[in-house]
Design a protein around this ligand. Structure first.
Ligand SMILES: Nc1nc2c(ncn2[C@@H]2O[C@H](COP(=O)(O)OP(=O)(O)OP(=O)(O)O)[C@@H](O)[C@H]2O)c(=O)[nH]1
Ligand SMILES: [Mg+2]
Length: 353
């Protein structure tokens, strides 16, 4: 073989190798190019998806912004109303009621319902007719109101401090003058004592008893129903329960009613003399109060409560003043007593206990 032939063969071999190598590289390039293309397409798709997602998110955020804006407007409206309510509450005041229970007792026809009616005048619609057996009722007589020195959180909005108006109210219980009603009187006195002790921090509050008499009997003599009433179980039970502090007594007011009638029998007598006649005439009944109250707690008033004789009405404000005196002293202030309750009764019965 000649050199030329060898060179020719080598040339062919080398040419083939170069061709093969270049073919291999070209194929490789094409595959990687294809791979690159696929990756590129994938990336483009991801970018597209991402864009779509971002647009979605944008829409959601825009929606939320809109909702927040309208909520904000709503809140501004509520804030305006709240501010108005706060201003109104600031200007208003809360009312705190304090109730003084008052029990009207005494036999038939002495004028218990008439007294209740007088305290309610001129609005009262209570009819003066015999209080039926088993019937007993209470009525509220507003007596005095005052503002407490310090403001307190309003119950409707605790951060608002408002003035507190305290109202003192007489809760007047009227019973029929039957001896059978005495059990009910005891029951009510016990319940009212309990209620007083629960609601007031002052444990020394008690019920007021107004014990009424028909003053004409001081002249005519004590009637059977009066002595029956006073020898009934009421007073012995009261003595026992007051002893056990199941009933707390604030004051016992003796009311000698129908003084107009006594005056007719004893013309020309002074008020003092009429009172002495009553104390003497009802001495036996008054003795029943021994052990029920101490001398400081008892007083007496002469009254005329007949609705039909309006010009003769007498003593209603004195009885009211005596009823409320202790309550005002304890719940309001000592200074108010002289201003509010100038009427004073006598207390001669105290010496008979
Ligand atoms: N003359 C005179 N009559 C009076 C007086 N007070 C009341 N009355 C009359 O006495 C009667 C009885 O009065 P009431 O108030 O119903 O007596 P009460 O104690 O409630 O009687 P009961 O409900 O039956 O227990 C009525 O006709 C009254 O008009 C008074 O001061 N003088
Ligand atoms: Mg009555």
């Amino acid at each position: 073989m000649t050199i030329d032939q060898i060179i020719a063969i080598l040339g062919i071999v080398i040419g083939s190798i170069v061709g093969l190598v270049s073919l291999i590289f070209r194929e490789k390039d094409r595959a990687s190019l294809q791979h690159c293309n696929i990756l590129l397409e994938q990336s483009q798709k991801e970018v597209k998806d991402c864009k779509k997602e971002l647009e979605n998110q944008k829409r959601i955020y825009e929606n939320q912004i809109m909702q927040l804006k309208s909520k904000n407007a709503e809140l501004a409206e509520i804030e305006k109303k709240y501010q108005y309510a706060r201003e109104q509450l600031n200007r208003s005041h809360v009312v705190q009621k304090f109730v003084q229970p008052v029990l009207l007792i005494g036999p038939r026809d002495v004028g218990k319902t008439s007294l209740m009616r007088q305290w309610h005048a001129p609005w009262e619609t209570i009819k003066i007719e015999r209080t039926l057996d088993g019937e007993y009722r209470d009525t509220e007589v507003p007596f005095y109101k005052f503002f407490l020195a310090e403001k307190r959180p309003h119950f409707a909005m605790e951060e608002v401090y408002t003035k507190v108006e305290s109202q003192l109210i007489l809760k007047v219980w009227d019973f029929p003058g039957e001896t059978d009603a005495q059990e009910k009187i005891i029951e009510v006195a016990k319940e009212e004592t309990e209620a007083l002790q629960k609601i007031s921090r002052r444990k020394d509050l008690g019920v007021v008893f107004i014990c009424m008499f028909d003053a004409e009997e001081a002249y005519k003599g004590i009637s059977g129903r009066t002595s029956q009433y006073y020898t009934g179980t009421l007073f012995s039970e009261l003595r026992r329960l007051i002893g056990y502090t199941e009933i707390c007594l604030e004051r016992l007011i003796l009311v000698f009613n129908k003084i107009d009638k006594l005056r007719e029998h004893l013309p020309g007598k002074s008020e003092e003399e009429l009172l002495d006649s009553c104390l003497k005439g009802f001495e036996g009944c008054i003795k029943m109060f021994k052990g029920i109250c101490n001398p400081d707690q008892i007083c007496e008033v002469l009254t005329v409560l007949d609705d039909k004789q309006r010009l003769k009405i007498q003593g209603t404000s004195v009885v009211k003043a005596e009823t409320a005196r202790g309550f005002v002293r304890k719940m309001a202030s000592e200074e108010e007593i002289a201003r509010l309750l100038p009427d004073q009764s006598s207390s001669k019965a105290a010496r008979m206990l």
